[in-house]
Design a protein around this ligand. Structure first.
Ligand SMILES: Cc1ncc(C[n+]2csc(CCOP(=O)(O)OP(=O)(O)O)c2C)c(N)n1
Length: 325
């Protein structure tokens, strides 16, 4: 049973649906060569970003890796500006100079997507250190894949976060693969990735990352504790990516079986939440159809905005290299 009312449930569903349809459309745009470079889709993992970010205040910090569209949209960034950034247009979140892996939206406190595996984990500790030093009661939430956990800088960050009781929540999105490599071939602690954090004295917990209500429920508890100064927390959210590692990995059938993909597709986070909404909040098929129409309009408007926007002026190439506040 959920403690959320109907409107709250629809809000979570709407955000996940927006991410899903936005990314399906961006895959199409990639195939049409409207989007260049890498494009890593978050399809299948939406419940983690949406559930976790729903527990935050607007002034808390969020930071992510390169699979970042979902976190940015869940933080409330404008879908038109996100799509324009994917298109490399001047109206994009980063004036078209960041692209898919480097979305940043400072007013939303979305501090970026980062392409170096694990490279942003110390940045999260730094953000948390800054807010603690400035005596602000903010938390920082840092999303990364299980492939980032064995990296050296992740351990440096876990150590300092624990030592200095930093207000940071590490969220490991364990989708069981780093590119084409299954977790059990890359991570020694593959049976319980959270042990890496526990070894530094960080409290850690595992959650069903396909269940947005479970993620949100855990996060509401954790955010309160971390904001109250009890030190960092580590969440291992068990999930699965339905698509290839990136659009350059159409052959993901070579390293995982159809049966495996089908097994996880049955636990699609949209389906899981919809079942709860139908059984516990009397939501009807008509409600969901209306939502689909609304989201289709939002995504179509985002594509039109991106398409109609200009590319950056070459004269702006060196602008915004250093941002001074
Ligand atoms: C330091 C570094 N090494 C290697 C890569 C190449 N690389 C890109 S994504 C990736 C897999 C990472 O997997 P994981 O952290 O589990 O995240 P996921 O892609 O599953 O979301 C690798 C090895 C990189 N970007 N950075």
């Amino acid at each position: 049973m959920t403690d959320m009312d109907r409107a709250d449930l629809f809000s979570l569903y709407r955000q996940m649906l927006l991410i899903r349809r936005f990314e399906e459309k961006s895959a199409e745009m990639y195939a049409l060569a409207k989007i260049a470079g890498f494009l890593h889709l978050y399809i299948g993992e939406e419940a983690i970003a949406v559930g976790a970010i729903a527990a935050l205040r607007p002034d808390d910090y969020v930071i992510s890796a390169y699979r970042d569209h979902g976190h940015c949209l869940a933080r409330g960034s404008d879908p038109g500006k996100v799509m324009a950034e994917l298109f490399g247009k001047a109206t994009g979140l980063c004036q078209g100079k960041g692209g898919s892996m480097h979305l940043v939206d400072l007013p939303k406190r979305f501090m970026g997507g980062y392409a170096i595996v694990g490279g942003h984990i110390p940045l999260a500790a730094g953000l948390a250190f800054a807010s603690k030093y400035q005596k602000q009661d903010l938390v920082t939430v840092c999303f990364f894949g299980e492939g980032a956990v064995p990296s050296g800088q992740a351990h440096e960050a876990f150590n300092l976060a624990a030592l200095w009781k930093l207000p940071v929540i590490f969220i490991c999105e364990n989708n069981r693969y780093g590119m084409g490599t299954p977790v059990q071939r890359a991570v020694a602690l593959y049976e319980n990735v959270a042990e890496a954090a526990r070894s530094y004295g960080i409290t850690a917990e595992r959650v069903d990352g396909m269940d947005v209500l479970a993620v949100r429920g855990l996060m509401c508890k954790v955010v309160d504790q971390v904001r109250a100064g009890q030190g960092p927390y580590f969440i291992e959210a068990m999930t699965y990516r339905f698509m290839g590692h990136s659009m350059a990995d159409p052959s993901h059938g070579h390293y995982r079986s159809k049966e495996e993909v089908e097994k996880y597709r049955k636990r699609d986070p949209l389906v899981v939440l919809k079942e709860t909404m139908v059984s516990q909040a009397q939501c009807s098929e008509a409600d969901f159809k209306q939502l689909e129409r609304d989201i289709a309009d939002v995504v179509a408007a985002a594509v039109k905005f991106a398409d109609d926007s200009p590319f950056p002026d070459p004269a702006s190439l060196h602008a915004d290299i250093l941002v001074e506040d």
